[in-house]
Design a protein around this ligand. Structure first.
Ligand SMILES: [Zn+2]
Length: 114
């Protein structure tokens, strides 16, 4: 499962962060998951809940923000939200489209208890 290796990576970052800040534990984390990042938030959440046991984030609350997939037409400069990867402009039909956000996974905040 794709989500599991991402969660494993996330925990490496969390453990490192807690060590650096000399924190006793992590109480909350907030993630931004792009709508087209390929990550299923429900799967990610259940992987997180399983993985967090016995770690510094055992009591951490996970908050997930879904970031819509936004693109900008390079021709008419219209910004629009897309539900899929069909990259043509809604306004002028151009396919000179640049993605702005919605494919990322971002660790937004980590709350620590020292
Ligand atoms: Zn356009």
């Amino acid at each position: 499962m794709h989500e599991l290796s991402i969660v494993a990576n996330l925990f490496e970052i969390l453990e490192r962060e807690a060590k650096e800040k000399k924190a006793k534990k992590i109480t909350a984390i907030k993630l931004q998951i792009g709508q087209l990042s390929g990550i299923v938030p429900e799967l990610f959440r259940s992987a997180f809940e399983i993985y967090k046991k016995e770690t510094v984030a055992a009591d951490a609350e996970l908050e997930i923000d879904i970031v819509p997939f936004k693109v900008k037409c390079q021709k008419c400069k219209t910004e629009m939200t897309k539900e899929d990867f069909i990259l043509t402009c809604d306004q002028c039909g151009s396919n000179d489209i640049k993605s702005l956000c919605g494919t990322e996974l971002l660790l937004e905040t980590i709350e620590l208890e020292t």
